[in-house]
Design a binder for this molecule. Structure first.
Ligand SMILES: C=C(O[C@@H]1C=C(C(=O)O)C=C[C@H]1O)C(=O)O
Length: 365
């Protein structure tokens, strides 16, 4: 029933015309993208052009002058651009499943809703899938602002030949959920080891005698909770809907601003985008000051080191590799030269990739 004033009806007719024009323009835009895709095929060029995409966002945000809400404008154009890009080449993304994990959420945030997703049972399998070329990309968590590095991801870089293609940051809030929504029903709390650790204090204080059970993923825990009324799970908001669970308590993480950084892995890194990060995996020669010599190269070349992480080499006691993240792209002379100099000082050197930086963490999709 509509009993609107004639003024409202008049403006709504105008909105309908605007929506139809937006739709016509979207159809025209996707046809243009397909035409560019065919031209790129002729030259065997990569479909994804991160520099061009970054320029589009910058121009639109500038032209917008704050009129349309900025975050919403970004999300809208993110869906438009990813859909246009996917019209040139379909992609399949492997992620740590099952459905509705935080990694799945991060994947949708990065690739948009038009991509095809494939759930894997472990981080290791995501890497294997990408290395074998069974999926175009994979997405894996690499570090959390509270718990630090995700070791299985770092260790997989030593085992599989893949390149880093991108990164995405997701602000993560944990919910305690169960079938009934009643805390009294919970006899075990299941989740992935990282969320269990991120909610350690809360669990100790509020469920002191309840054991915790680490499982493959937050969604695996949600699935268990859906099948057993005495299991509580720590899971994403998407998992609540997917597995038809009730919220017991929202936001049980011990620290606010809990953010996880995810990496996109594939067979080839993208081109220079203007704001990039380069990741290296290196082994140092077992000699005093070996690492400091490498850090000296970075400062001499004016390279900003964003992160350094060490991991033991399996089967070789007390020997380590280092994961180095620096700001810049391998196509930039300063980074290329710095990497060459580092390579000469290392027992092992692998360029893991150069890729556009992920920007601000957001929880919205
Ligand atoms: C359409 C193109 O291909 C892709 C899609 C883009 C878009 O939808 O605007 C931009 C850059 C590319 O990642 C292009 O290169 O211009």
């Amino acid at each position: 029933m509509t009993d609107n004033s004639p003024e409202i009806n008049k403006i709504r007719r105008r909105i309908d015309i605007i929506d139809d024009s937006i739709l016509d323009l979207l159809k025209e835009r996707i046809e243009c993208a397909k035409a560019i895709g065919r031209l790129k095929d002729e030259d065997k060029r990569a479909k994804w052009d991160p520099l061009r995409e970054r320029q589009i966002y910058t121009r639109l945000l500038e032209n917008n002058r704050g009129v349309f809400p900025e975050q919403a404008l970004r999300s809208i154009f993110h869906e438009v651009i990813t859909s246009c890009r996917l019209s040139q080449k379909k992609i399949m993304v492997a992620y740590l499943g099952p459905e509705a994990t935080f990694t799945h959420l991060a994947g949708v945030k990065y690739f948009g809703h038009s991509a095809d997703f494939k759930a894997m049972e472990s981080i290791d399998e995501v890497f294997a899938e990408v290395e074998k070329g069974r999926t175009t990309y994979g997405i894996v968590p690499v570090e959390n602002s509270i718990e630090g590095a995700v070791f299985s991801t770092l260790d997989s870089f030593m085992k599989y030949r893949v390149k880093i293609c991108g990164e995405v940051r997701l602000e993560i809030s944990h919910n305690l959920v169960c079938k009934s929504g009643d805390i009294a029903d919970i006899q075990t709390v299941a989740s992935h080891a990282q969320p269990l650790a991120q909610c350690r204090e809360w669990l100790k204080k509020n469920l002191p005698r309840i054991p915790t059970l680490p499982v493959f993923s937050t969604s695996a825990a949600a699935q268990m909770a859906a099948n057993n009324p005495n299991i509580g799970a720590i899971a994403s908001s998407l998992a609540i809907k997917t597995y038809e669970l009730q919220v017991v308590v929202k936001g049980i993480e011990d620290y606010q601003g809990n953010t996880t950084r995810f990496l996109i892995i594939g067979s080839k890194s993208p081109e220079y985008s203007g704001s990039d990060r380069t990741s290296l995996l290196i082994g140092t020669i077992d000699r005093p000051g070996a690492l400091s010599k490498i850090l000296t190269v970075l400062s001499e070349e004016g390279i900003n080191l964003a992160k350094i992480e060490s991991r033991p080499i399996k089967g070789k006691n007390w020997q380590y590799v280092f994961f180095l993240d620096m700001m810049g792209h391998i196509e930039e002379e300063r980074i290329r030269k710095g990497c060459q100099r580092i390579k000469n000082k290392c027992s092992y050197f692998e360029w893991l990739g150069s890729y556009p930086t992920g920007g601000e963490a957001t929880s919205d999709l």
